[in-house]
Write a protein that binds this ligand. Structure first.
Ligand code: C2E
Ligand code: CA
Ligand code: CA
Length: 401
């Protein structure tokens, strides 16, 4: 290798800049350039290419290097010596981090204009890892990103063509009466058939399309509630849950979108249950509490999804307005296996009940599972044993039976 091109993008620059005003951002950039200049060799090149983006051309990295050792060398040079110390602005000090993409330059691509694009692609990969990291470019990455971009374009098209809708999976109380349903999005693709959410939700989140999908689900939930009411089969305690993505939960528009939907369709907030995952509680607790309390005071119901897979501590649970914990399917799968499979479920149930929170078991597939879960004190169940997620009209039939 004759060299390496580093594409460096700050992770939290915008947030710091927005909270302090513009001069603060400039001060950080100046300080950063000075720090970088100090650690680089005279033969290296440093350039700022955008708001908070830099490129660094490092000459002669040598071809004896293994990728891993080169990476740790570059990271030590750039990250540890430049980003380790906080940036001081007035009385405040900020930790700044960055995402780095690295493209090795060899004789084959030395004259290629694509090097910059490759390094940028690798930088983007670091962003997707959550920032504060580095990635090397390789051609497979390009293919991955191209596929993602293709999927993104297809999602945009599919939204316009009305190919998304919600399916509904019934939730029953442990004694068998119907208490609610979970809305699960489906993509009716013209050539690929019915596509499951796991393959497109992450892309929709990444490309800022999740809000649009969420609004489709919200609309379908309200239409279902309205239909149940029109057929005189809507019970007081019945609610439909919607899965809320992390980025959506953090966004200031969530409350507005919820109200827009329920007002359009004349639905009550208490008929909508917001499912957030346990891992979402691990972030900024203050703002999570604030957001939850506000929505809760409006009447919305809260459920913690995938419970047991994250790392919430008891302290958190007791300060949050939680109505329900959903025990993750992976635990329900093991409940018949052995004593340890049971003890996890039993302790989640104990925890929930001590906090006066309902416990729902999801992914219940057999009568044996149902039997043991009942004996353990689970309040409600959901799973293929009762019904798979159903279309609006199939759900309506199921509900009326
Ligand atoms: P989840 O929220 O944990 O949803 C439960 C998943 O388990 C659903 O998969 C459901 O069909 C499936 N399931 C329910 N009972 C059983 C069972 O007895 N056996 C088995 N094998 N599976 C069962 P689905 O619909 O493919 O959804 C997958 C994930 O996609 C959901 O996991 C959720 O995280 C996400 N998702 C679905 N709809 C939405 C949505 O509207 N918005 C967002 N943000 N995420 C969604
Ligand atoms: Ca869920
Ligand atoms: Ca779940």
């Amino acid at each position: 290798h004759t060299g390496a091109l580093l594409f460096l993008d700050l992770d939290n620059f915008k947030r710091i800049n927005d909270s302090l005003g513009h001069n603060a951002g400039d001060e950080i950039l100046v300080e950063l350039s000075q720090r970088l200049t100090r650690v680089l060799n005279p033969t290296d090149t440093l350039a700022r290419v955008g708001g908070d983006e830099f490129i660094i051309l490092i000459e002669n990295v040598g071809d004896s290097h293994k990728q891993a050792s080169l990476e740790s060398e570059l990271m030590a040079k750039v990250v540890q010596s430049v980003f380790y110390d906080k940036f001081e602005i007035g009385d405040l000090a900020f930790q700044v981090s960055c995402s780095i993409g690295i493209c090795l330059i060899n004789n084959a691509n030395a004259i290629s204009e694509n090097i910059l694009k490759f390094a940028d692609t690798a930088m983007y990969r670091s962003k997707m890892k959550g920032g504060n990291s580095s990635s090397f470019y390789d051609p497979a990455l390009q293919t991955l990103l191209e596929n993602q971009t293709e999927l993104e374009t297809d999602i945009v098209r599919a939204i316009a063509c009305d190919e998304f809708c919600a399916y509904f999976q019934p939730q029953l109380s442990i004694d068998g009466s119907i208490i609610g349903a979970e809305a699960l999005i489906r993509w009716n693709h013209p050539t690929k058939g019915l596509i499951s959410p796991n393959s497109f939700i992450p892309i929709a989140e990444q490309f800022g399309l999740i809000q649009k999908l969420q609004n489709i689900v919200l609309r379908d939930i309200c239409i279902l509630l309205e239909t149940l009411r029109d057929h005189n089969v809507l019970k007081n305690q019945f609610n439909v849950s919607i899965n809320i993505s992390q980025c959506q939960f953090n966004s200031s528009t969530l409350k507005g979108e919820l109200f827009k939907a329920i007002e359009t369709y004349d639905v009550l907030p208490s008929q909508i249950k917001l499912e957030i995952t346990e891992s979402m509680l691990a972030g900024d607790l203050m703002s999570t509490v604030k957001q939850m309390k506000e929505l809760k005071s409006q009447g919305f119901v809260f459920s913690i999804d995938d419970f047991g897979t994250g790392y919430s501590c008891l302290k958190h649970l007791s300060v949050l307005p939680i109505d329900e914990l959903k025990i993750d399917k992976s635990f329900i799968d093991k409940v018949l296996d052995n004593a340890s499979g049971q003890s996890i479920v039993q302790s989640i149930i104990g925890l929930g009940h001590s906090l006066d929170i309902n416990i729902v078991a999801e992914g219940v597939e057999s009568a044996e599972q149902l039997h043991i879960l009942k004996s353990m004190g689970v309040n409600a169940v959901q799973g293929f044993l009762f019904a798979k997620p159903l279309t609006h009209s199939n759900y309506l039939k199921w509900h009326k039976e």
